[in-house]
Ligand binder design. Structure first.
Ligand code: DON
Length: 615
């Protein structure tokens, strides 16, 4: 078992994180044409009486008009593109085959929750880099009759976990929270999806599992995205038993060939026949425990038998009259988005998109919200979480006072005031009745801990790295977190996952959104929301617009390469900001209501055609 320590370990872990994001690779072809969309002004909702062309809300006013968006000339995406359009129902995910699985269930009369669960199981087959049975996630549900839920099926630390289990004899962090048999939390995916289905679905587990079982049994054709992802993760997966399955003849699965997964098909059939008990108390669990034990893993049958998903209430917040339903702790995502938007709402009007003034205000809001996130949040079953305060408008007013109009405030200085005391996948679903589901699920890194269990046929997560394995020291994502998120047996590790549903001012469903990308999930998800509500972009433009990120520490604005003009970058530097480019941020899949039905947009930063499917 290799151990690397300190800075070396961190550099190694950061490099691993970069490697994990291979499937986020983007087309870098620069767009030199004038980069303004030709989107005609439209409103969301019903017929627009004033213009006779587009839409108004149920209240009769044109609440959000989409306008032409303008991006920097050298930005890689053109404004004004179309998304996938559908009248009745839509799934937007990272895999067209998994989206089609959800669509198939809705065409057969299933609702959005049936479809979300079908998509989730199908992603475990067709998108092994992040889709999973060996991980966990969060699902925010809003039924058209007004019922809501936030299903927390985050992994938990095994009973044998200890606070310092990833600190080596030299006092430095080892690699074991990220790779190998000890990196996994107890998986929640099967329990969580089954619980959501039982409460809100209309079909049986057997019915919604059928497309995933078919894809695993009959196989599917490998595309260049899966090939590229496997090629990038080769040194990592090949260390363990996935080698024979994903690199037959020593090479990654080849594009154009059929990939069958008999072990996974058998696992899915057992779950279809016996329910989640097959995983938590039966044959699948036995095989998982035995497989991990061979390599020194610590998850036991007792851990599996004790696992329970939590049915929580979503955080319900508002932004300029729009209602947001988003994920509460054990994820930090909903709190941090709410706190950020509350700070931004204290401004009567935000500066125009793409300006230094907008970047300054946005980064300042993120910086403050992330200071709270990194120091005050953790699993509410283990630590007190000041949820009401952090999500209150009054607290946002206080934080607003700390933002100078033209000057950055260093994070350490703010921390003294504010502190008291890859890989993931998101999918969005809407159905013909207006039920909506936002789900984010993860095994953390691409292909999780790298450990593929040949018995049950899936990869295990490396979610233990989301704990503060050494409070005060950065984790794989550079997040510096505190004692609230230290390791304890049975505790959920803090997440950034932010599945979110937005209702317009008349209470109609407007947007279903969320992302993959570690802490960048929070900033990317909230920027898509802001681009729609504040900057009046169409969803395709809102998704293509350049993003920025700030997570308190490192105390630097990260912006997508060429996403800010040099003048804006210079202005921000002059205001005292540390600022540096990054390749890309996060991987969002979203759906929005339009005049003619739903528009689904899968992450444009992923190569290839749209992976949203609807009817
Ligand atoms: O729960 C979290 O915040 C992380 N495990 C998410 C990791 C992630 O998004 C990596 N993917 N691209």
């Amino acid at each position: 078992m290799s151990t690397t320590g300190g800075n070396h370990s961190f550099v190694w872990r950061a490099a691993r994180a970069a490697g994990a994001c291979v499937s986020l690779a983007v087309s870098v072809a620069a767009c030199r044409t004038p980069n303004t969309s030709s989107v005609q002004p439209t409103c969301y909702g019903l017929e627009n009486q004033a213009t006779g062309t587009k839409t108004v809300s149920a209240t009769g006013s044109c609440e959000v008009a989409t306008r032409a968006a303008t991006f920097p000339a050298s930005w890689r995406f053109r404004a004004g593109e179309q998304g996938t359009l559908a009248r009745s129902a839509m799934v937007s995910s990272n895999s067209a085959l998994a989206s089609a699985a959800g669509d198939e269930i809705m065409r057969a009369g299933g609702n959005a929750v049936d479809a979300a669960v079908a998509t989730g199981f199908a992603l475990a087959v067709t998108y092994p880099v992040a889709g999973n049975l060996g991980g966990g996630g969060y699902m925010v549900i809003r039924m058209a009759d007004g019922r809501t839920a936030a299903v927390d099926y985050r992994e938990i630390a095994p009973l044998a976990a200890t606070r310092d289990m990833y600190i080596g004899p030299d006092g430095k962090l080892t690699e074991e929270s990220v790779v190998g048999y000890k990196a996994s939390g107890v998986p929640g995916a099967v329990a969580g999806m089954s619980a959501a289905l039982a409460r809100f679905g209309s079909k049986s587990l057997r019915e919604v599992l059928a497309p995933a079982i078919r894809l695993a049994d009959e196989g599917f054709i490998v595309d260049s995205a899966l090939f590229g992802s496997l090629r990038g993760s080769r040194p990592y997966i090949e260390r363990w038993d996935g080698k024979a399955v994903f690199y037959p003849n020593g090479e990654p699965l080849q594009p154009g060939t059929r990939f069958r997964q008999p072990a996974l098909a058998r696992t899915l059939k057992l779950i279809a026949a016996q329910g989640p008990d097959a995983f938590y108390k039966g044959e699948v669990g036995d095989s998982l425990v035995a497989g991990l034990k061979r390599g020194g893993g610590i998850i036991t049958k007792e851990d599996l038998a004790r696992y329970k998903p939590e049915m929580r209430e979503p955080i319900a917040s508002t932004y300029r009259g729009y209602r947001l339903l988003t994920m509460p702790p054990s994820s930090s995502g909903g709190v941090t988005i709410t706190e950020t938007l509350n700070i931004l709402e204290t401004y009567d009007k935000l500066p125009p998109f793409g300006t230094a003034a907008y970047s300054h205000v946005l980064a300042s809001a993120y910086q403050r919200a992330f200071i709270d996130r990194n120091s005050k949040l953790g699993d509410p079953a283990f630590v007190p979480v000041p949820l009401d305060k952090l999500t209150s408008k009054a607290y946002a007013q206080e934080l607003r006072k700390t933002i100078a109009p033209d000057r950055a405030t260093p994070t350490p200085q703010l921390e003294r005031t504010i502190r008291d005391g890859m890989h993931t996948t998101h999918y969005s679903v809407v159905d013909q009745s207006g039920n909506a589901v936002a789900t984010t699920t993860t095994i953390n890194n691409g292909y999780g801990s790298g450990v593929y269990l040949t018995g049950p046929g899936f990869f295990m997560n490396d979610e233990m790295d989301d704990f503060a394995a050494q409070p005060g020291k950065p984790n794989m994502f550079g997040l510096v977190q505190g004692e609230q998120n230290a390791i304890q047996p049975g505790k959920r590790m803090l997440s950034a996952m932010s599945p979110t549903i937005v209702l317009d001012r008349s209470g109609q469903l407007l947007l279903v959104v969320g992302a993959a990308g570690g802490p960048r999930i929070i900033t990317a998800t909230s920027q898509v929301i802001l681009n729609v509500i504040e900057h009046h972009m169409s969803l395709p433009d809102a998704m293509r617009a350049p993003r920025l990120h700030h997570q308190a520490l490192p105390d630097t604005i990260r912006f997508e390469n060429e996403g800010l003009t040099p003048v804006v970058v210079d202005s921000l530097r002059a205001m005292g900001w540390g600022i540096a480019p990054i390749g890309s941020t996060a991987n969002v899949n979203a759906i929005m209501r339009t005049a003619n039905g739903w528009v689904g947009v899968s992450e444009p930063r992923d190569r290839g055609p749209s992976r949203a499917v609807g009817h």
